[in-house]
Design a protein around this ligand. Structure first.
Ligand code: ADP
Ligand code: ZN
Length: 216
């Protein structure tokens, strides 16, 4: 069960890939989460990529590919994995194809206004990574994670200027990748609109993913 969740920043890649990971019991691998952790901990890798992440630029392919290849070789990935935020360039997709065969790409089809709204009101748990939204999915207690009691924070790259940059990168470098996966016949499309409840989108994502994997 090798799955990629694909879509623009703020389109729901994180929320939906976490759901798939829970339901199918396979690890959720988010390159953005991995990078933020390295930056916060001030590791060697963290220092090398800090500038890119903070500016909303893509981290260089060779760095990202090495990190992902290592992660996918872990024993917990034997039954499969959900990738969130990777691949983001043609080079990354090709490097991924060398180490794993992707069976499903869930394409979250999202409009720009949804993106900007979501990102600016997004909050994330500093402990478990659960994603909240002050408008659509607020925590029960302000600033506190419902799941684990951890503290919620706003990502440093969720500012209007950096959001704009991330969107540009997505349109220029990442979105064209869809064609590559469409040619392989592995893409399922899910439309995300402002009015659609998160649960409904998650349900559709799960159903379509299971169908594509032939596990009903
Ligand atoms: P989003 O999709 O909401 O922009 P992510 O958490 O997936 O956020 O990524 C945050 C940042 O981490 C990106 O802006 C980029 O700097 C870096 N990053 C994450 N994944 C990749 C990748 N596959 N290739 C290059 N850079 C990446
Ligand atoms: Zn939490």
């Amino acid at each position: 069960m090798n799955i990629v969740v694909f879509g623009p920043p703020g389109g729901g890649k994180g929320t939906n890939s976490r759901k798939i990971s829970e339901e199918l019991d396979i690890p959720h691998i988010a390159t953005g989460d991995i990078f933020r952790k390295e930056v916060n901990e001030g590791t060697y890798l963290g220092k090398k990529i800090e500038e890119y992440v903070e500016a909303g630029d893509l981290v260089p392919d060779d760095v990202v590919n090495k990190v992902v290849e290592k992660r996918l070789s872990g024993p917990d990935c034997e039954e499969g994995f959900v990738l969130d935020g990777y691949p983001r360039t043609k080079e990354q997709a090709e490097a991924l194809a060398d180490v794993a065969e992707i069976e499903v790409v869930v394409n979250l089809d999202v409009s720009d206004d949804v993106i900007i709204n979501r990102l600016s009101s997004r909050r994330v748990c500093s402990d478990c990574g659960e994603i909240y939204n002050l408008e659509f999915k607020p925590p029960e207690e302000e600033g506190i994670c419902d799941k684990c009691g951890g503290e919620l924070y706003q990502r440093e790259d969720d500012t209007p200027e950096v959001i704009k940059k991330r969107l540009e990168e997505y349109k220029e470098r990442t979105r064209p990748l869809l064609g590559y996966y469409r040619d392989k016949g592995v893409v399922v499309d899910v439309t995300v609109q402002e009015e659609r409840p998160i649960e409904e989108v998650q349900q559709e994502v799960l159903e379509k993913t299971k169908n594509a994997l032939d596990i009903g």
